[in-house]
Design a protein. Structure first.
Length: 87
């Protein structure tokens, strides 16, 4: 017989770890933005590079961060459903 279900303790831990990773990514994106904006570099190349960071790379990182948070919430909901079914 195949087993179905979830170990709710490890599922909750996974959700917390994924959410923590999302927070770390958010903090890292902020730090990298500060580094990229914070050093002396002037001219069109600097402007273009910083704009590319802001419009492309930082945006992608923020999207990944949001998706990680959503995934964490999905796992948390599955944990709650498993608890409800198991009672």
């Amino acid at each position: 017989m195949a087993l179905k279900g979830m170990n709710v303790d490890t599922g909750a831990q996974a959700a917390q770890q994924i959410n923590a990773g999302a927070s770390e990514l958010e903090a890292l994106t902020g730090r990298m933005t500060n580094v990229i904006q914070g050093f002396e570099w002037f001219g069109p190349d600097a402007d273009r590079t910083r704009e590319q960071w802001n419009s492309e790379y930082a945006t992608m990182l923020r999207q990944v961060q949001a998706q990680l948070q959503e995934f964490s919430q999905l796992i948390s909901r599955e944990v709650q459903q498993q608890i409800a079914v198991s009672q």
